[in-house]
Every structure is written in C-alpha cells, then in structure tokens.
Design a protein around this ligand. Structure first.
Ligand code: NAI
Length: 255
C-alpha cells in the first residue's frame, strides 16, 4: 500500500483518481475546498501552507505519491483565481510535497496540465512571470488577458515547470519522478461549466478530437496512476498527452 496526496479529490478527474488508487489498495489523502480529508483554499498562500502542513501531519512526514489536480476552468470570471489555483496552487503544493516524497518509497509526483497549453493564446508573457515565481506580478498581468488565455498560459507554465524541475537535484536527483498528464476535453463539472458558457461552449464543441467525443475522468485517472506506479519507472519530465489525438492533429510536426 502506498500513501498518496491528491488535490482536487472531490470532483471530476481527482475523484476518479482517488477511486482508481483506492481500488488498487492505496491510501489517498484528499485535499479540496470541500468533501475532502483536508479542506482548504489552494488559491491563497495561507491556504496552501495550511493544507500542506496538515498533509505532512496526516502522512507522518512521508508520502509515496502526490498529484496536483485541483483547478478551475477557463469560464471562471476571475483570471486572478485561474492563475492562483492552476499555476501557483499546483506549483506550491508540488514543492511542499517534495520533502515528504523524499522520505517515501519509489516516490512519484504528477501535475495535471492541459492540452490548451499548446494553443497560440497560451504563448503569453504570463508564462515567464509564473516561472519566475512572481505571483504578485502574475495577478496584475492577468487583468489585461481574456480568461481562456490565462487558463492556457497557466497550464503551459505548469507543464514547463515540470520539464524544468524533473531532471534536477530536488526531483530526479532525490529519486523522485516528476511528470505531468496533459488531458484534452474530459467530461467533468469543469468542462460542463465551459460548455454552458456562451462563446466558450461552441469553441469547446468545435475542438477536433480524432478518437471522437470527450474523454472520461476514469481514462485520465488511469494515466495518472500509471505515472505514479513503477510501470513508469523510466519516465521523468514526461508530458503524457491523454487527449484523444487533438494535440497530434493540431501540431503534427512538434513534440
Ligand atoms: P472539477 O471541477 O470536476 O474538479 C476540480 C476540483 O478542484 C474540484 O473538486 C474543486 O473543488 C477543486 N478546486 C478548485 N479550486 C480549488 C481551490 N482554490 N482549492 C482547493 N481545491 C480547489 O474539474 P476537472 O475537470 O476534474 O479538473 C481537474 C484538473 O484537470 C484541473 O486542473 C483542470 O484544469 C484539468 N483539466 C481538465 C480538463 C477537462 O476537460 N475536464 C482538460 C484539461 C485539464
């Protein structure tokens, strides 16, 4: 049995990941705003510190796995909230989990990015601001941006943070594998919120998915479980696209 911390455990992909891991016999410590083992707000510095401190107590200072899954969708009116939760919340919780993972067995961490990180509107100055760790500047920068661009740029920054950190001394050097899963459109309350938003809904519906139709939370949970397990023992800094072929279709000459 492995002990795994999981943010966003109350809904969608996080809830499916919790179910998948528990079916396999692992102990999951879920973090969310509600209906979780540890409740708190990952959109604030204080909230992140509180939940990660509580996690350290509940796991006795030792984790075998950690998944940063919590997030809000591009339909959220506040770009500040999107970058605060989707980049800084994910990055800060992964960083806080690192010393706990360093004491675990065959430890692995997974970030949940998005294939929207490869869209042209994600190539924004916000990416570099996030990677500099300047949350105050990021909160100002997003005020000039449309929220779908904030969503894509925050997820792009998260994927690039994983690529930058994974091979370094704190992660690979400490025996901890850090990877990301990169979902496309997956039928969850977050996606439904986007589909129900005028303008955004049609853009999501018109997005090409070669395998046909939206993905399921269980399909993404299986990809996350793979990246946590010894089956992916040679994966480090991997961005595992699970998007029905959308990224391959839109960017056939890049990887
Ligand atoms: P969801 O809305 O079903 O679940 C997200 C969870 O994150 C919720 O339980 C929510 O309470 C939690 N959360 C949000 N803000 C929080 C905060 N400030 N503090 C603590 N917890 C908070 O959404 P879904 O679709 O399962 O999303 C999971 C992850 O997958 C997100 O990071 C999302 O950006 C990503 N993703 C989702 C896609 C989709 O089509 N559903 C596509 C690509 C990425």
């Amino acid at each position: 049995m492995r002990t795994i911390g999981l943010t966003g455990s109350a809904s969608g992909i996080g809830a499916a990941t919790r179910a998948h891991l528990e079916r396999a016999g692992h102990r999951v410590i879920g973090i969310d705003q509600r209906d979780a083992d540890i409740c708190g707000d990952l959109g604030t510095v204080e909230g992140r510190a509180l939940v990660m401190g509580t996690l350290a107590q509940q796991c006795d200072g030792r984790l075998d796995g950690f998944v940063a899954c919590a997030g809000v969708g591009p339909q959220v009116e506040s770009g500040v909230l999107i970058v605060a939760v989707n980049y800084f919340g994910a990055q800060a919780t992964l960083a806080a989990a690192q010393p706990l993972l360093a004491r675990g067995a065959a430890p692995a961490a997974v970030a949940v990015a998005s294939n929207s990180a490869s869209l042209p509107n994600a190539l924004a100055p916000l990416v570099d601001i996030c990677l500099r760790g300047d949350e105050a500047a990021a909160r100002t920068e997003v005020l000039t941006m449309a929220t779908p661009s904030v969503y894509g740029a925050a997820k792009r920054a998260l994927a690039l943070w994983v690529r930058r950190e994974a091979p370094g001394p704190a992660w690979a050097g400490a025996g901890i594998r850090l990877n990301a899963v990169v979902p496309g459109a997956v039928q969850t309350p977050l996606l439904q919120g986007g589909l129900d938003t005028p303008g955004l809904g049609d853009a999501i519906r018109n997005f090409p998915i070669p395998l046909g139709g939206f993905g399921t939370p269980a399909q993404i949970a299986a990809a996350i479980a793979f990246l946590l397990s010894p089956d992916s023992a040679f994966c480090c800094g991997t961005l595992l696209f699970a998007d029905g072929g959308t990224d391959a279709l839109l960017r056939p000459t890049e990887f």
